[in-house]
Design a protein around this ligand. Structure first.
Ligand code: CTP
Length: 224
């Protein structure tokens, strides 16, 4: 299979020396890339800045901003069977990027932000992706309801949801505990290292893809 994975945070510049970002380490996306390559698949990893080594055998496309990540995904999606969006993309970016370093003054400083494009949410309708679409949801409350809302709103086949308010898992940590939210049911996976979890997620994603391909095939057979 040809798999696209987005990972890591994005970085939105304010001026030549400052930026807005978030606590994503990229570990989950990189672990998934490694597990999928290990299982014999071709992986394109589109990643914001992280401190991680790129796993051997992975095609790597580094980006910095949400807009750059959108452009890289838009350019690549046509060749992809399975797309997994694990990046923590900035939801807002500064309206203006100062060309010189912003100087302090005594007056309060207000930053005007505008929405970035939702890359996962654009995959189906705007970018015409017809393969298997997997998103992530990091929630601090109502895990299942919020994840299910994202599943429908962003036209995904699976949302991998985790509760980031639980100590010791998720953002920055080596461990994670996730709930797999499919259109028809949920499946809770036990807490595990991101490495172990990546192997479980790989098999869940590949099983889902095979099931959806069978259904697509059956559908086109019925139409002819
Ligand atoms: N995502 C994306 N592009 C964005 C924002 C998010 O591709 N601009 C993807 C993430 O990679 C992840 C999923 O969407 O797969 C997360 O959904 P999102 O709605 O961003 O989650 P939250 O930011 O937690 O949403 P909300 O603020 O609505 O809770």
């Amino acid at each position: 299979m040809k798999v696209l994975i987005t990972a890591g945070p994005t970085r939105e510049a304010l001026d030549p020396v400052r930026y807005l970002t978030n606590r994503s380490s990229g570990k989950m996306g990189y672990a998934l890339a490694q597990a999928l390559v290990g299982a014999g698949h071709s992986v394109l990893l589109i990643s914001g800045p992280t401190e991680l080594d790129v796993p051997d055998g992975v095609d790597f496309l580094p980006v910095e901003t949400a807009a750059e990540m959108y452009a890289a995904v838009a350019q690549s999606l046509g060749r992809i069977d399975i797309a997994v969006f694990a990046a923590a993309v900035a939801d807002y970016t500064p309206v203006k990027v100062a060309s010189h370093k912003i100087k302090k003054s005594e007056a309060p400083f207000t930053l005007e932000l505008q929405r970035t494009r939702d890359i996962l949410g654009s995959a189906r309708a705007e970018l015409g992706f017809s393969g298997t679409l997997v998103g992530f949801a990091a929630e601090t409350e109502d895990l299942e309801a919020n994840a299910r809302d994202k599943l429908t709103r962003k036209h995904c086949d699976l949302i991998i949801a985790n509760d980031v308010s639980k100590p010791g898992i998720g953002f920055g940590s080596d461990r994670n505990e996730v709930l797999l939210v499919y259109p028809e049911y949920n499946e809770a996976l036990p807490p595990a290292s991101k490495h172990t979890l990546a192997h479980h997620l790989t098999s869940a994603i590949l099983t889902l893809h095979a099931r959806l391909e069978d259904a697509r095939l059956e559908d086109s057979r019925r139409k002819t």
